[in-house]
Structures are given as C-alpha cells and as structure tokens.
Ligand binder design. Structure first.
Ligand code: XMP
Length: 421
C-alpha cells in the first residue's frame, strides 16, 4: 500500500475573514496548480460545510471531472423524521456526478457490538478506506479531494482527537488535495456564504448554517457497544435534541446559529444527544464529598457511569468515566460550570453530567444532551439553555425514546471533548 501525496492549501494569502472572494481566487489557483487536465477527482461528501465547500471549489475549477459520492454508513442522522442520506441526495443534486451509496452492511460489520471506542474508530476508518478505494475504482478517479480543516490536522497530530480521515491508508489513491486545510470553521462558513451569494452555487444555499457533524456520525455518540436498538434510540433522541435546540435558537435569535461579531464564537456550535447503557456505579467518597462541597448541596446524589469516554489532559486525549450528579434543588449555571470544569481536573473523571429528567421502569439507557458554543472546536463552552427549555426537551426524549434518564453534559472542552469517543 503506497502512501498518497497530500497537497494542502495550508497558508492562504488572504483569510476569508478579510476577503472571501480573494480566498476563493487563491484556492482555485491552488487546485489548478496541483491537478493535471486529465485528473479525475473523487470527493466523499458528508453533507457538512467543509466537504460541501471543497466540492464546490472543485466544481468551479474542474466541473465534469469531479465525482461526488455520499456514503450512507448507517450512522447518519434522522433530521425532522427524514434520513439524512435522502436529504443529501435532494439538497446536493446540483453537483454533476452525485451518487449516494448504501454501505451500511460494510460499516455495521466493522463497528457494531464493539465495546472499545478506539477499536470502533479503527473499524470505521477501515470501512471508510475500503469504500473510498471502491469509489475511486468505480468512478475511475485518480485523485481524492478532502474537506479537512486546520483544527482537524492540529488536533489529530497533537493527539487530542482522532479525525476519521486524517492518516488513512488507501490503496487506490495516489494524490490527495485539501483546498480548505488552512481554514477554521468560521472561515469555511464565510467561503460557503460567498460561494452561494456571488457564484450562485445552489448546493451552498443556507448551508453555511449547518452545525458540524463528525465523519463517524452517530457511531461515536452511541457510546460503547452498538446494537440496532441502541442506535435506533440514539437516532430518535438526537433528532429531538437538535430540532428543539434549533427551535429555541430561532425563537431567541431569529437564526438557528450565529457567529458573535466580537468573540467569533458560534452559538450554538453543536447540539446533540449521546446514548449510554444505564450502568451506574458507586462514587468514591472523596469524589462525592468534593462534588457536594462545590454544589453547596449536601444531598447531591453522585454516581460514576461505567464507561470510558474521551477527555483532554495536558493537551492529550484521555479515556475515563463521567460523573453523574442529581440534585434535589435546581443548581444554577455558575455552580454547574464550577462542577463541570473543576471536578474532572481534580479527579480521574472525564466530565460531569447533570440529571434533568427520568422515568422509572423505562429501558436501560441514559441520554446526555450536549450543546456547546465554540470558535474553532479546540475549546468549547456549555450553551446555557433556559432550564424550562432543557426540561421540556429531556421530558420529550424520556417519553418518545422510552429511556430511563436524561442528563445535561456540563463540562467544557477542556477538560472534556465535544464528542464522547
Ligand atoms: P472533539 O470531540 O475532539 O471534536 O472535541 C472536535 C470537533 O471535531 C468533530 N469531530 C470529527 N469530525 N471526523 C469529523 O469529520 C471525525 O472523526 C471527528 N471527530 C470529532 C466534532 O464533532 C467537533 O466538532
């Protein structure tokens, strides 16, 4: 298996923050310089803003020689009751050689029933390599384009995250081009907006407002071993959380997400549900004591969730258990912030989850609601939704998904990560 040569547009002359059009000019020049007139380029389109902008830039430069494929891994979302691959097929039909490939059996075979998070990620990566090679052969392409962005490279090389498409080994790919590799998420959004407004690329209409979604999709949010039942619950819970947070943002800000003009923060950056097996263990007394002191609540219930999830320590990715807390009186956000950021730092825990809703006698799953604000995903803060809104979302998840309990993840990144695996 020979290594592919990667061409990354890592240092654009002009940032899209200053002038998106100038960046587009530079990116098109970069593509032209690194492609021969015979090259046929394959891109795997996730539907997220990074891969769509990459496809759009290539579409502008090489048109018919671009082959756009969306892989239905089986781990994509349900959005508003509709399967995401179906939405993508309609939304991006403007790309010339678009196809949607059902690869669910392959991905399920590599990922289902594996308890270990790193093995799951490796399984996903292997299925991704196999599918990419198959698509390269089918569309007779010799070049692969990827929408990798700067934080993906920095954090994967630095050992904080394990991006699904960085450091892959393909056998059919000799050359890779990454025209947005020098950008952060807010910059990619600015390019997306310009591509729609100035170049009228239909695929970009409204697309700069999509929240980031990880390549391995719901496989990293269905935490631990995945079964069809657990994945089904994750899909339904995630749809409820996403749509309800969108509804709240629309009511409050008039848009589903916006970028703060002063701080550059995207609010919210991501909102989703993660599904766990409901296995709670006793907490070491010293940890419970610390938690009670920080909460100012002697009757706080503390349990450790029996699964290791990702966190960040000294700039590196770690795996350790989360702490689940339940309070008889409502805790305010300053207190939750203290618990969520200080406890993991002072213990071996990865993060803290705060109970919002529960129902006795339901199925043995626990859901965490994760809603965060961030500039570039390298740091993130909890998006402080009003408790009434949170409770109504959590109650709906308990009712419609038949799960036992719903918690809010109250840890920032660091010490937690945004995702769980
Ligand atoms: P973490 O969990 O490391 O995530 O704080 C940071 C950002 O990266 C996204 N993410 C991924 N995106 N492939 C992707 O395309 C991946 O393998 C992957 N892992 C994490 C995550 O959703 C967040 O925005």
């Amino acid at each position: 298996m020979s290594e592919a040569t990667i061409y990354r547009y890592i240092k654009p002359e002009t940032s899209p923050r200053q002038n998106p059009e100038k960046f587009i000019e530079g990116a098109l020049k970069f593509i032209k310089e690194h492609l021969n007139t015979e090259d046929r380029v394959q891109i795997l389109l996730s539907g997220g803003v990074d891969s769509v902008v990459t496809a759009a830039l290539l579409d502008l430069e090489i048109g018919n020689r671009l082959y756009v494929t969306h892989i239905d891994t089986g781990f994509m979302r349900i959005i508003g009751g509709q399967e995401e691959p179906q939405i993508i097929a309609e939304k991006f039909s403007g790309f010339k050689n678009l196809k949607v490939v059902n690869a669910r059996d392959l991905f399920y075979g590599h990922v289902m029933n594996m308890p270990d998070a790193e093995e799951k990620r490796l399984g996903f990566r292997r299925a991704y390599e196999i599918t990419t090679d198959q698509q390269m052969t089918e569309s007779q392409c010799n070049v692969l384009a990827q929408g990798t962005i700067l934080p993906d490279i920095i954090e994967t090389e630095g050992g904080v995250k394990s991006q699904h498409n960085v450091f892959l080994k393909f056998s059919k790919v000799k050359k890779i081009v990454e025209p947005v590799a020098g950008l952060c998420k807010d910059e990619v959004r600015r390019v997306a907006k310009a591509l729609w407004e100035n170049h009228k690329l239909k695929a970009l209409e409204g697309n700069w407002l999509r929240q980031p979604f990880p390549g391995p999709g719901l496989s990293v949010r269905t935490v631990g071993a995945i079964t069809p039942e657990k994945l089904g619950i994750e899909k339904r819970a995630n749809d409820i959380v996403e749509s309800k947070v969108d509804e709240h943002s629309l009511k409050k800000h008039g848009v589903i997400l916006y970028i703060d003009a002063v701080t550059g923060e995207q609010i919210p950056f991501q909102s989703f549900a993660a599904t766990f097996d409901d296995k709670l263990l006793n907490t070491p007394p010293e940890v419970a004591k610390m938690a009670k002191e920080k909460a100012g609540q002697e009757n706080l219930t503390c349990n450790i969730l029996d699964i290791k999830v990702t966190g960040v320590r000294d700039g590196k990715r770690i795996y350790s258990q989360p702490l689940c807390i339940e309070s008889p009186t409502e805790l305010d956000y300053p207190t939750l912030k203290k618990l969520g950021s200080e406890l993991p730092d002072e213990t071996q825990l990865s993060r803290v989850l705060y109970k919002i809703s529960s129902k006795e006698g339901s199925q043995g799953y626990l859901i965490a609601i994760r809603t965060v604000n961030s500039i570039d995903a390298m740091k993130a803060w909890v998006n402080e939704l009003p408790f009434d809104t949170l409770r109504s979302i959590a109650d709906e998840v308990v009712e419609k998904c038949g799960v036992k309990s719903v918690y809010l993840d109250i840890s920032p990144k660091p010490p937690a990560t945004i995702e769980y695996e």
